[in-house]
Structures are given as C-alpha cells and as structure tokens.
Write a protein that binds this ligand. Sequence first.
Ligand code: B4P
Length: 382
Amino acid sequence: MAKSLANFDAKLSSVYQSALESGELIFTASETVKSTETEYEVDCEICYAPALARKPQGVLPVVEADPNPKVTSAPTTSGDLHTAMPSTPVKKRIEKTNPFLPHSPALYVTDIGEEHKVLLNKFCIVPRHFLVVTKEFHPQTEPLSPQDMLAVWSCLNAVKDSRNALAFYNCGSRSGASQPHKHMQVIPLETPSPISILVRETSMRRPGKKENRPGDIISVPFNCINHVYLLPDPAQSDKDEEEILIEAYISLMDAMMTSIREYADQESLSDEEKSLCANGMSSFAYNWILTKEFMMIVPRKQASSDPVDGVSLDVNSLGFACMVLAKTPEVLTMVQKKGVINTVSETGFCFLREYYSPEKEQQRKEQQAILEKQMAGAFSGL
Ligand code: B4P
C-alpha cells in the first residue's frame, strides 16, 4: 500500500521557502515559449533559461582552498547562477560527488518508509520541484522497484493539484540523467502539463474511434516509439495501488521491448543501431513518466537531438511531456524551427525517418478533417 503523507504539501512549501531564502536552493526564472504543433493543437512548452548554461553538470568541480574567494554578489533568489560564481579564476579539481549521499540538510523534506527520502531539487525552474531518492546508493540504471513507484505515487497524491503533478525517472546514460544515484523527480504544477492534455485528447472517443479504457496502452504523436498505459482509478478498481503500478510498469516494459525488436528487424538499420537494440534491459536507457492518470515509457537512442550547425537539445523525460529546456538562444531558435515534437523524437527510436514539414502537417490535418466528416455522416445515418 502507498504511504499516506500527512501535511506533505505544507512541509514541502515551508522547506522550499527556507532553502530559497538561505541560498541553499537556486530557483532559475525562465520564460515559457509556447509551440503548437500536434494534431490536437496542444501547446508544447520551451522553457528558456539562459542562466542555467552556467550550472555545474553531474560531475561537479570542487574548488581547492582559496583563502579569499571573491564573489561578485550574494546568490539571489532569482537564481541568476553566475552572480554567485567567483569573479577571479580559481584552481579547480574535478571530482565526482554524490549530492544525495550525504544530502544537504536544508533540502531535506521527509522520509518515505524505510527506503526513500524526499529532497528538494537544488537547481529548479519550477518552484517546489522535488526528488524521491533512495536512502542507500542504487544506480540510476536500475529498473524501478514496486517501493520506488509507491513512494512516488504517495508524493503525487500528497501535493496540491495532484492531478496536474508530473513524476519522472531518467533511467540510464542516454536518458538525460546527470546523477548516478537512483532518484525519481516530481514537478508540482498548477495547470495540466502538455502531455496530460495530449494523453486525454488521444484517448478520447472520436467519430470512427472508440474511447480508450483504463488498462489500454496507447501511443501519443511523437515520431519515435512510445507507450502510454492508462491507469485505472484505484478507488474504482479491485486491485490495490501496488498491483496497479506493477501491472502498468511490466506491461509497458513488455510493449517497449516488443517495439524495439520490431525496430531492430528493419533492414536498413546500421550496425551501431542494431547493437543498441541488442542491449539487454540492464543497460537500456529510457524515460518514465507517471501522473495519476497514466504511466509512459520511451526508450532512448541518444541523449541529445541531432545537431544542426553544431546546436543540439539535451532531452530528459520532460521532453516527452512536451516540455523542453533551452539554455542558449541558439538552442531556442533551433527548437522553434524544427518543432519540439520532432526535436525530441530524434532522441528516441523512430520508425519513420521523415522530418516534420508544415505542408505535410496541413495535408494530414485536411485528410483527418475529411475522414472525421465522413465518419460523422456515417454515424448520423445509423
Ligand atoms: P537527473 O535525472 O540526473 O537529470 P536532469 O533532471 O535532466 O537534470 P540535470 O542535472 O541534467 O540538469 P539540467 O541542467 O538539464 O536529475 C538530477 C537532479 O538532481 C536534477 O533535478 C538536479 O537539478 C538535481 N540536483 C543536482 N545537484 C543537486 C544537489 N546538490 N541537491 C539536490 N538536487 C540536486 O536541468 C536543470 C533543472 O531543470 C533540472 O532540475 C531539470 O530536471 C529541470 N528541467 C529540465 N527540463 C525542464 C523543463 N522543461 N521544465 C522544468 N524543469 C526542467
């Protein structure tokens, strides 16, 4: 059974506020650029945050003892990271550190059972973005355990506007993960994420198409392999939450591996791609998304989109929530030109190797409208 987390949302807010004020947590303000590009007219979101281009990556530089480090100004709550950087060059040694073991006490929210703790994300763009981390070290390449999923599920249910919240897991090196210690992430949102809207739209009843039911697996309109399992409401189901989550995860893993085998059977595949597909589950990279309504899996071929003039987009699970992060103006422009869905899809396994073109999209929309009209006519004649 999932743990019920009393006062979780209030605690999350108060720890967030204190960590922000003390400078332990760095919130980066960003601009959201909308991009409407699916057949359902769902807005994808490009989150433009140039200040993050200076954020230290997974392997953190450790600054060697400098008796008088000069800092241009104190860290600000606006999250402008470079204001907190030393103004003169300092001697650095690169060392792998694990930010979750030990964790910063200022970022600690609560324990969940014996195996997990909740920490605030030190570098957030969405306020109150938090991590569900294993207390002991487990690699980020491991599949999720029932306890992992239950811990995340209890958090999803405990946050305000829980139907909008989005949980994700970047599994493996090509999935966008930068920290090797097992951690799932949760973004509390006030409004539904683009992927939630897209899944609702895709599974809805339409002329000529029956409505999808809980337990069905559908795909959303990325060009790459993706599977979405529609979760039953535990209150309406004869299964408990643990059974529901395990069944969804196993079904998605099965569907993903079947699709990868079909992909590997394509004649024109390069040896490199064939060997990627031949990797066993233990080294397979994928993104996992969970909301109260669905669970989604996307296998990953590469960590970043194909470069255009040397510019590419790093993609993590949120890319498949139609939410991408552009840290430079060049990346922003490239994604706007190519489209979020096409850019993100390049990092998955694509059966169709065509690029998006506005003409093709228009043609497809017109054909769809004709078909829907015909079907509506056929239904009204019954
Ligand atoms: P990972 O699974 O390893 O990787 P990630 O989410 O892709 O974040 P990454 O670290 O690569 O950051 P990026 O610049 O791409 O997650 C590690 C997590 O640990 C991250 O959330 C990281 O911030 C956090 N962390 C690192 N050091 C920490 C510490 N000392 N204590 C606590 N937490 C620590 O992206 C920057 C941030 O923006 C990330 O949080 C990312 O999740 C988020 N983000 C990316 N795309 C986004 C989008 N479209 N909308 C909103 N947020 C987005």
